[in-house]
Design a binder for this molecule. Structure first.
Ligand SMILES: O=C(CO)[C@@H](O)[C@H](O)COP(=O)(O)O
Ligand SMILES: [Fe+2]
Length: 241
């Protein structure tokens, strides 16, 4: 009986795993397809694609036509996590699904009706991510946490790669992990070998890393290090329960 309870606790705590997603914004954008294939070859678990519209954030990147081309270039397997930094996230759900996106992560600050958007994303066949900017409290995300696949806690002000990690976002991650033990929790911005321990200890399990991975001479080793730190923290948490 005790063993059964222990096994149950372990399997519950293992509901999420360490996953590393390079942010391809930091790569050579003239060779995006090749860079995506290279990152997957270096052990990436998924690819994080930053969509910026010049309104929600002061920068412009790419839209669904680029995602469609990338999908054709890399094949069906890589998981595309779309980080939608756009003012009208409702507008791009169907085009992104048709282009081959797997997860649609929108910002809670960008919509007045998160519930409806969550429904539309699911009906389009994608997983749902919900992001909060540094100035948004985690309490604003919490009411939706049971309806989403992933919560994204931004650790920089969205808009640009290569910014400094905001350690003061870690209490949001810790709180989410304590309240939603099996939720995928992603951190994004300034995450690399120097900051991963904070993220892992707080309870993040999906790790976006742009410049630290893609700017490295040895992305495979950086990805492996990030995953090891997070996996060890997950294991420790499951033993402490
Ligand atoms: O969404 C964003 C920035 O808005 C991120 O995905 C960055 O592109 C991550 O890059 P690094 O901060 O890791 O260099
Ligand atoms: Fe991002």
């Amino acid at each position: 009986m005790v063993l059964a309870a222990r096994l149950h606790a372990d399997s519950t705590s293992m509901a999420y795993s360490a996953k590393i997603g390079p942010s391809i914004l930091s790569s050579d954008l003239a060779c995006l397809g090749r860079e995506c294939v290279r990152m997957m070859g270096c052990g990436a678990d998924y690819l994080h694609l930053d969509v910026m519209d010049g309104h929600f954030v002061p920068n412009l990147t790419f839209g669904h036509p680029m995602v469609e081309s990338l999908r054709k270039s890399v094949g069906p397997d890589p998981f595309f996590d779309m980080h939608m930094m756009v003012s009208r996230p409702e507008q791009w759900v169907k085009p992104m699904a048709a282009a081959g996106a797997n997860q649609y992560t929108f910002h809670i600050e960008s919509t007045t009706n998160p519930g409806n958007l969550i429904k539309e994303i699911r009906e389009s066949g994608m997983k749902v991510g919900l992001a909060i900017k540094p100035g948004t409290t985690v309490e604003e995300l919490a009411p939706w946490a049971n309806q989403i696949d992933m919560a994204l806690v931004m650790t920089v002000e969205p808009g640009f790669g290569g910014q400094k990690f905001m350690e003061d976002m870690m209490p949001k991650v810790s709180w989410l992990r304590s309240q939603f033990p099996s939720l995928d929790i992603e951190v994004d911005g300034g995450v690399g070998p120097d900051t991963i321990h904070k993220c892992a200890e707080a309870g993040a399990n999906m790790i976006v890393s742009g410049s630290a991975v893609i700017g490295s001479d040895d992305p495979r080793s950086v990805i492996s290090l990030l995953r090891t730190v997070v996996a060890e923290a997950i294991q420790k948490r499951s033993l402490d329960r």
